[in-house]
Design a protein around this ligand. Structure first.
Ligand code: F3S
Length: 77
């Protein structure tokens, strides 16, 4: 599973994902997270590199609202 997207309606802007995986997640001006990896713009269409999957998993596990979704295939955008 190396495609990721944040369900931004469920994000409570805690910032854990950005702490765990700063290359994958960043927050907008309101603190709401999105996937910023290689210009993905939270579309979930950019495959995340193998060597980042461990921190991706950490981010998923540390998100208090479980709003980071993973998929083996690109999300529809
Ligand atoms: Fe939001 Fe979860 Fe990150 S609440 S800021 S997506 S850890």
């Amino acid at each position: 599973n190396n495609f990721a997207i944040v369900d931004q309606d469920s994000c409570i802007a805690c910032g854990a994902c950005n702490s765990e995986a700063p290359e994958i997640f960043d927050m907008d001006d309101n603190g709401i997270a999105g996937v910023i990896y290689e210009g993905d713009s939270n579309r979930g269409v950019t495959p995340i590199a193998e060597d980042l999957l461990e921190e991706l998993q950490e981010a998923v596990e540390n998100c208090p609202t479980n709003c980071i979704q993973l998929s083996a295939t690109p999300f529809a955008s």
